[in-house]
Design a protein around this ligand. Structure first.
Ligand SMILES: NC(=O)c1ccc[n+]([C@@H]2O[C@H](COP(=O)([O-])OP(=O)(O)OC[C@H]3O[C@@H](n4cnc5c(N)ncnc54)[C@H](OP(=O)(O)O)[C@@H]3O)[C@@H](O)[C@H]2O)c1
Length: 326
């Protein structure tokens, strides 16, 4: 397979982890990294053996050697950067959530179509081999008809005031940052809910949601979902069908272990992740680019649009609107 040449935009927490996994992919080369700060770009570039370090995102986008950019900045900048990158000829892998809302998402997807550039939201759980195997078993009917699932993503955050996750000006809050994972799970297994109930607790200073509980109703099933920065719960997921149930073990969004419970017996399954789990979404980008596709079949443009539409609805129910929104 042809060498794929990468650029990374934003040298923060997740970019570091992603770059470590990128180094494990055989035909990936890290050409450039870009930060708003020259020092940060140089340090990050050295750590991850990038050929070039840029002190501006635009300079990296102007680098003709780069095929695809990974965007790892706060949510509020995802749409503008993705659109600019594609217009400048780059393929794009953009961190989740791919945008602040459905409107921004539609603009991204239109640009991918108009420029014929590959675009994918970095919903890494979708490409995790354990998750793929669990989904296969569920879709093959091994659990019977699915009636119920629950999933949580919560931890006690030590982020200070002013950090991205608590700042509404940067799309802060639990729903978009971590609630997206349980919502993704319900969407993958049960589809779009017919009715949503949701309630949030808000940060007293910044007013973003710090804790959100959700119930999704379907014609014949229900899902209970939870996300919080306030306290730790077990980050596991349970899917229950008429014939059997599955528990995806902690942390279910980066799973290596799951158990199937049927007829009073249980069987455990284990698949060690390569790297931290970002490896698999990188392989998917390479495959799609090699096949001249502008979207992944595993996590399509429509999937991203559906997911952000559900998140929009949850935010509407709990009353969380961002300053950038009309
Ligand atoms: N897939 C996952 O497992 C995962 C995990 C965590 C986060 N994420 C997603 O990745 C994105 C980044 O999250 P993160 O945790 O890496 O955040 P972070 O540590 O705060 O890094 C974000 C980077 O974005 C750049 N940036 C540009 N404009 C900024 C601004 N106004 N304020 C702050 N930073 C700005 C900064 O890079 P420079 O200073 O270098 O320009 C900063 O280091 C989010 O959308 C988040 O949802 C995904």
């Amino acid at each position: 397979m042809k060498e794929i040449k990468w650029g990374i935009i934003g040298c923060g927490n997740i970019a570091n982890k992603f770059a470590s996994d990128l180094a494990l992919v055989k035909n990936a080369e890290l050409i450039g990294v870009a930060s708003r700060s020259q020092d940060k770009a140089v340090t990050f570039g050295r750590t991850h053996s990038a050929k070039k370090a840029y002190d501006s995102y635009d300079k990296l986008l102007n680098d003709g050697e780069i095929d695809i950019v990974y965007i790892a900045t706060p949510h509020t900048s995802h749409a503008a950067l993705s659109i600019k990158a594609m217009k400048m000829g780059k393929h794009v892998l953009c961190e989740k959530p791919l945008a602040l809302n459905r409107n921004e998402t539609q603009n991204i997807l239109k640009t991918s179509n108009a420029t014929s550039r590959f675009f994918m939201e970095a919903l890494w759980t979708r490409f995790n081999p354990t998750f793929i195997e669990v989904l296969h078993k569920i879709r093959q009917g091994e659990l019977g008809t699915i009636k119920y699932l629950n999933a949580e993503f919560s931890f006690k955050s030590d982020k200070p005031l002013g950090s991205r996750v608590l700042d509404v000006n940067l799309g802060g809050g639990a729903i978009l940052d971590i609630g997206i994972y349980p919502v993704f799970l319900a969407y993958m297994i049960l589809g779009k809910p017919t009715k949503i109930m949701a309630t949030s607790l808000f940060h007293e200073d910044t007013k973003c949601d710090v804790q959100t509980s959700m119930i999704f109703s379907y014609e014949n099933a229900q899902a209970m979902l939870y996300s919080s920065f306030a306290s730790k719960t077990e980050i596991s997921a349970n899917v229950s069908g008429t014939e059997a149930r599955i528990q995806i073990k902690e942390p279910w969004h980066a799973a290596e272990n799951y158990s199937v419970y049927k007829d009073e017996k249980s069987i455990d399954f284990n698949h060690k992740l390569t790297g931290m789990g970002y490896y698999y979404e990188i392989l998917e980008c390479h495959k799609c680019i090699a096949d001249n596709k502008i979207e992944s079949e595993l996590w399509s443009h429509q999937n991203s649009l559906d997911l952000i539409s559900i998140l929009d609805e949850i935010r509407k129910i709990v009353g969380l609107k961002y300053p950038q929104e009309p």
